[in-house]
Design a binder for this molecule. Sequence first.
Ligand SMILES: Cc1cc2nc3c(=O)[nH]c(=O)nc-3n(C[C@H](O)[C@H](O)[C@H](O)COP(=O)(O)OP(=O)(O)OC[C@H]3O[C@@H](n4cnc5c(N)ncnc54)[C@H](O)[C@@H]3O)c2cc1C
Length: 383
Amino acid sequence: MDVYLTAEQIELRGEVRSWLDQAWPPERVAAMERNEEYPDDFYQECAKRGWNGIPVPTEYGGRGGSVMDLCVFVEEVGKTSISLATLYITGTIFGSHALEICGSKDQRDRYLPAVVSGDARFALAMSEPGAGSDFAAMTTRASRLDGERWRLDGLKGPISGAERAEVIICAARTSTDAESRRRGISLFLVEAGTEGLSFERRRFPAMRGLMVDDVHLEGVEVHDDAMLGGEGEGWKNLSRLMDPERLANAAQAVGVAQAAIDLAIEYAREREQYGEPIGRFQAVSHPLAESYTEIAAARLLVYAAAHKRDVEGSCPLEVSMAKTFANNVAVRASERALQTAGAFGYESESPFMRRFLEARGCELGGGTSQIQRNIIAHHLGLR
Ligand SMILES: Cc1cc2nc3c(=O)[nH]c(=O)nc-3n(C[C@H](O)[C@H](O)[C@H](O)COP(=O)(O)OP(=O)(O)OC[C@H]3O[C@@H](n4cnc5c(N)ncnc54)[C@H](O)[C@@H]3O)c2cc1C
């Protein structure tokens, strides 16, 4: 199943796996989720090992890695925890790709070396209470002040990792002209500690280690040079960011699915009922065999889309197919794993329940499966 991977990618996967197995055993992940312990040392250790530099160009001290490298890395982290994988995706990938797509030279010089060193974590604030799938319906407003400043007012959320991010990429409306619903959106880099910025924790049943927040912007003032990309180009630039975001999401879903099914296989081998391991009952073994196969197919679809993105550039059709397939495979695999573990699986802190809740969460991020199917249908000329 490694047909698409280079020797370096296989080596990276092995290094990440052996570190996570030793540093983040299941008990530690469970404690992080139970106690809402932000995994700062995960992020710092990724920096020390050079992994925060994977998406950063070499001239800024990064590895200049490919989207495929990121998928390999994120799948492995996803096998351990979605809080950890999402921290990496938002903290590292969003920031560096956004800067690569539309950052000025000054912005790249300022932030990219800090991504590599672990000093600048990003969060991406697109969603709002009234603007989720339809994020062009956002109402957060950026108004030009006298001189070279902007004032931001509004409410963004839920936003992953916002309260611990050093920089929030904040999408806001710079024009309310009804004709320019999409063209009226711009992006701003808002640094932690800016006056008028505050957070309210949102509580989900999974991803409790990585904090997810509503972000309040009340008279937040930023300088002109905090604008990321041109005025009114936010929609276009966010659309370009979607390929790596959705592929990373799909890769972490493959990781969750694999971890859930591996747990279930182990459980089905050991748990005995009617005098034999439950895995010997076809009704238990066949769903696991089916999911095992689906996961292998999902991984290949993710690799194929990542490969195309790396070689040919933007490929939203392949990305949406990979994301929706991987998300659905992960929900099905983790649900089957839960059923395999009976009452133990249903306990609120069981690893089976955590994997199921994580798979459901993945399915929402980066555009739901329905939205991905809309994109696929659009490419088929159906909408
Ligand atoms: C844990 C978590 C972390 C998140 N982190 C971030 C983050 O870091 N940054 C960020 O910007 N956002 C984040 N989000 C928000 C996420 O992107 C949105 O939840 C997602 O886009 C869906 O929006 P919504 O929840 O408002 O649902 P809605 O848009 O209200 O949709 C509700 C339902 O209707 C369906 N639907 C809506 N429109 C259509 C349509 N046209 N066709 C078919 N079906 C449709 C949806 O698929 C969904 O099932 C996060 C969400 C969660 C749960």
